[in-house]
Ligand binder design. Structure first.
Ligand code: I3S
Length: 130
């Protein structure tokens, strides 16, 4: 409704391709499985879409390929540059949710991942009650 739209009116939006893996689910560590995602920030929610290439052959319908893999509510989340022990990859971000889910986000081009860091951090700050 209007109120919801008003609340979200100032929130930042962004979309692009990133590499990501979930590493913890509700506080429980899970096995890494890096894959590429179309990643969308909208209304304080970060959505990682499934890599269409991971889709089993058969359904080539474009619309059917747009399937969310993970949806992350940024309210109460935190983001930081991952320490070296978290991954051997370069430019890795670590995103932790209020519910104890953790994701690594990575891209070889530093400017691209730095822009994601800024926009997610700014969004988290805007969502955090002062
Ligand atoms: O933290 P890890 O266990 O070294 O993460 C690596 C593994 O997930 C590995 O897969 P296997 O579990 O099948 O070996 C991946 O291929 C690597 O990419 C992971 O390490 P990096 O450093 O790339 O995040």
């Amino acid at each position: 409704g209007f109120k919801q739209q008003h609340v979200h009116a100032h929130l930042l939006e962004k979309a692009g391709i990133l590499n990501k893996t979930k590493v913890a689910d509700l506080g429980k560590k899970i096995r890494k499985n890096w894959s590429q995602s179309w990643t969308v920030l909208h209304g304080g929610i970060l959505t990682f879409y499934k890599d269409p290439k991971s889709n089993p052959a058969g359904n080539s319908n474009k619309a059917s390929q747009i399937v969310p893999e993970y949806t992350v509510d940024l309210r109460g989340s935190s983001i930081q540059w991952a320490t070296k022990d978290k991954s051997s990859k370069k430019h890795v971000l670590e995103l932790k949710t209020r519910q104890g889910c953790e994701y690594l986000m990575q891209y070889d081009t530093e400017s691209i991942i730095s822009d994601w860091f800024k926009v997610v951090q700014d969004t988290i700050q805007q969502l955090t009650p002062q």
